[in-house]
Design a protein around this ligand. Structure first.
Ligand SMILES: [Zn+2]
Length: 259
């Protein structure tokens, strides 16, 4: 049994489901904001972790019962094991667009959109059953899934080190000249600290050459869509993608004019 993150129709047409995947449970002690969110929403235990180092790659000595850590060789039973934790939240689609472009990683925590996670009573490959910490509440609004507002998403991402705290951002902004800020606004700079790679001119030409054979007249949109998806995957800055699209468009117009 699984759950898929993405647009949520039954709840609110404008909200999306986000999976919070906590690989190492110590993250809950490290990030109190994360902990309070997890405690207030639908959540469950995922696979077993080494009680000593929280490693998830384990040798299964007896399925669902006894394990050995692949990292520190500690042998332990299910009752001694630590467990990964997963939780669900919903956010406005505009918030998700801004801050959660697919998958966001911060420390040992992942926020996943358009992804899936197994929920109880599924069986983990280790033979351990996923267990509810706080199951869906079919009487509660949003089924007991907490809806995070924009500011709560920002706080969480700041806590996880994905976003810089607002104060740091303000300081940086005041240090920059007005023209830089205008330029950045025009580029619609993505606020996350996920490093987005800007392509150099030669790289853009290279991508253009690679894509040219696949270009079908009147189907530029499809190519752009592919580019957008692939770019996000390989963390290419959106500005670079736009430049490739523009370069491609201009060159093709030139080619057509030459015919
Ligand atoms: Zn270990």
């Amino acid at each position: 049994m699984g759950v898929v993150g993405g647009p949520v129709n039954p709840f609110k047409p404008v909200s999306v489901l986000v999976l919070v995947d906590i690989d190492k449970p110590s993250a809950l002690d490290k990030y109190p904001g994360l902990k309070s969110i997890v405690e207030s929403t639908v959540s469950w235990y995922t696979g077993p972790r080494c009680p000593k180092c929280e490693e998830k790659h384990l040798e299964v000595l007896e399925p669902g019962v006894k394990f050995k850590c692949s990292k520190c060789d500690v042998e332990f039973t299910l009752s001694e094991a630590k467990r990964g934790v997963a939780a669900l939240v919903t956010v406005d689609s505009s918030t998700a667009e801004k801050y959660i472009p697919g998958t966001v990683r911060g420390g040992d925590v992942e926020l996943l959109l358009n992804n899936y996670q197994l929920i109880p009573p599924s069986l983990h490959p280790s033979g351990v059953k996923y267990e509810w910490i706080k199951p869906f509440d079919f009487e509660a609004p949003n089924l007991g899934v907490r809806a995070l507002v924009d500011s709560e998403v920002v706080s969480l991402l700041e806590e996880l080190g994905v976003l810089k705290p607002e104060t740091t951002r303000t300081e940086e902004r005041t240090e920059k000249s007005a023209s830089t800020i205008v330029a950045e606004t025009q580029e619609k700079t993505v606020r996350t600290t996920v490093t987005l790679r800007k392509l150099g001119d030669s790289e853009i030409l290279e991508v253009k050459e690679l894509l040219k054979p696949f270009y079908v007249p009147e189907h530029r949109q499809k190519l752009c869509l592919y580019l957008a998806g692939h770019g996000a995957y390989s963390k290419i800055h959106p500005v670079s993608k736009n430049r490739v699209q523009r370069t491609l468009g201009i060159t093709l117009r030139e080619l057509l004019r030459g015919v």
